[in-house]
Design a binder for this molecule. Structure first.
Ligand SMILES: Cc1cc2nc3c(=O)[nH]c(=O)nc-3n(C[C@H](O)[C@H](O)[C@H](O)COP(=O)(O)OP(=O)(O)OC[C@H]3O[C@@H](n4cnc5c(N)ncnc54)[C@H](O)[C@@H]3O)c2cc1C
Length: 496
């Protein structure tokens, strides 16, 4: 590590997924010296990159649970943050479809559950209206509930925006840095052992996702939980399938799982999934023939024509489930430690609510929070004294991220932008219409990609129908030759 990297910090946040980056960006609003450390080479490469990408309202959460509260709050915060930061979000709404009389009988209780969670916009939909709205739905649907605010979101831009904002506000991002232990400390400091050398800090926040129980045990194991990974496999269908549905199509959930859904993506594809299977290996991200088969069977029932469409890709993500039904979030004042573990199925939507809650717990545990004074926008922290209840969790100005959604205007569609800079008219990835200008910008961004996967998550290059068959060589050449910030404007040879 460099001298700057090993400088003792007020707070080290372990884990740069959507939860850790949200916490880092919230703490960055205060006069604190923070480090955000992750074992991986980029932010958002754990569960945060491989999920169903729905911005949940929390209508179906268990009323009174911490998850219900933070999900509702986080989803509101993320909606407005996304609009300001250019994170792609589409308010498609969801239809929760009952296929049997028993499922139909369960709908009023689900609507009541939503109201108990403070969500009142849910409404019953009769079969005739359901088929008028979703003509490609398979036969046999009996009734539905409409949840008009369920939305789809870009899971890649979200942690990237949080991390970009945190780093711009002075948070030190240490990638490729796995925390392996903590030495006993009696002097008011923690000494963390990492794969890149020791780190000293006053406070530690555990946002380590699938590794959160391991970190928690290093700090006394006060959370009393063990991560039991639950794998979810998903199938991505080609963009030609997108007109088959306009809303997210949800099943009636069971006690164990929310079940298999069909949803549009902000990139213009259709997702089918996820499965729910307990696995023992925390790195088991493989898809299985049985899992994909079961998804296709479910898809055949929900939208029969979907399974005739071409499959673009499949992937799996691991939920950090535990033996407990709720999030495992607490602070230990004596150990100067906070834990945000067990963030299973809703962490993307709840991230900003979780961050707000964790910061308030840290404050109650004794971490002094003084709003950071900036030269540009005055004071970070819009709500004045940062008391727990008055803290809005939103401060400063979010960064403006490169827009990679399908619903807005992309650079290749923007004549003014192309006239000002021809690189935005030079397409490199034809499936996804990614231009040389966007690849150049990603390479020169405050958080440049560490590899081609990172470039894909920032631009969509190689994410389309051909999965890089035609453009991978050109994209790789650009990645390798960019010298990061020095990519020439329009001079690199790319396939046309
Ligand atoms: C199939 C599936 C579908 C889902 N669908 C949705 C959805 O539609 N909407 C929604 O809101 N949520 C959804 N989720 C849940 C959501 O993806 C997660 O709750 C969220 O991504 C968790 O974020 P995280 O930051 O806690 O974990 P992660 O993203 O896993 O980040 C944890 C980070 O900690 C790092 N780390 C671990 N151990 C260490 C260590 N010792 N030292 C340093 N770094 C370490 C890891 O490298 C990782 O980057 C879904 C999840 C799955 C699996």
């Amino acid at each position: 590590m460099t001298d700057a990297e090993v400088r003792p910090a007020d707070v080290v946040i372990i884990g740069a997924g959507v939860v850790g980056t949200a916490i880092a960006r919230t703490l960055a609003g205060y006069s604190l010296d923070c480090v955000l450390a992750d074992a991986a080479a980029d932010v958002g490469t754990g569960t945060s990159k491989a999920n169903t990408a729905i911005l949940h309202t929390g209508f179906d959460a268990k009323p009174g649970s911490l998850e219900a509260r933070l999900l509702r709050r986080g989803s509101e915060l993320l909606r407005s943050y996304a609009a300001a930061a250019g994170i792609p979000v589409e308010r498609t709404g969801a239809l929760l479809v009952a296929w049997t009389p028993e499922q139909s009988a369960a709908l009023p209780a689900i609507a009541d559950n939503a109201r108990r969670n403070g969500y009142h916009a849910v409404r019953p939909v009769a079969a005739a209206e359901l088929y008028a709205r979703e003509p490609s739905l398979g036969p046999g649907a009996v009734a539905a509930l409409e949840i008009p605010d369920e939305s789809i979101i870009c899971p890649w831009t979200t942690p990237l925006a949080f991390a970009t904002e945190a780093v711009s506000a002075g948070v030190r991002l240490l990638l490729g840095t796995s925390v392996t232990g903590v030495a006993p400390s009696g002097d008011g400091w923690h000494q963390l052992a990492t794969t890149r050398g020791p780190l000293r800090c006053r406070w530690v926040v555990n946002a380590a996702g699938l590794g959160a129980d391991v970190i928690d045990r290093m700090f006394g194991g006060g959370g009393g939980f063990t991560v039991r990974p639950r794998r979810g496999e998903l199938i991505v269908f080609d963009k030609l399938a997108r007109p088959l549905l306009s809303s997210i199509l949800l099943p009636v959930p069971t006690a164990r799982t929310k079940g298999v859904l069909v949803a549009p993506t902000v990139y213009g594809n259709v997702l089918l999934g996820p499965t729910a299977e307990n696995v023992s290996d925390r790195g088991d991200l493989g898809t299985t023939a049985a899992g994909l088969r079961s998804l296709l069977d479910a898809g055949q029932r929900i939208v029969p024509r979907l399974v005739e469409e071409e499959i673009t890709s499949s992937y799996a993500g691991l939920r950090a489930a535990t033996e407990h039904p709720d999030y495992q979030i607490y602070a230990d004042a004596g150990r100067r430690y906070a834990c945000a573990g067990g963030i299973r199925s809703t962490g993307l939507s709840a991230s900003l609510g979780i961050a707000e809650h964790v910061v308030s717990l840290l404050e109650s545990a004794g971490l002094a929070l003084r709003p950071r004074v900036t030269g540009l926008s005055g004071v970070f922290g819009l709500s004045g004294p940062l008391g727990v209840s008055g803290h809005s969790g939103v401060f400063g100005t979010p960064p403006v991220m490169a827009y990679i959604g399908e619903a807005g205007v992309r650079p290749y569609q923007d004549a003014g932008r192309i006239a000002a800079d021809p690189a935005y008219g030079q397409i490199v990835c034809h499936c996804e219409r990614v231009t040389l200008g966007e690849i150049r910008d990603a390479m020169a961004s405050p958080l440049p990609p560490a590899d081609l996967g990172g470039l894909r998550r920032r631009t969509r290059a190689m994410n389309g129908r051909c999965q890089g068959f035609y453009c991978a060589a050109a994209v790789s050449r650009l990645f390798a030759s960019s010298g990061r910030a020095d990519l020439p404007r329009a001079a690199v040879a790319v396939p046309t």
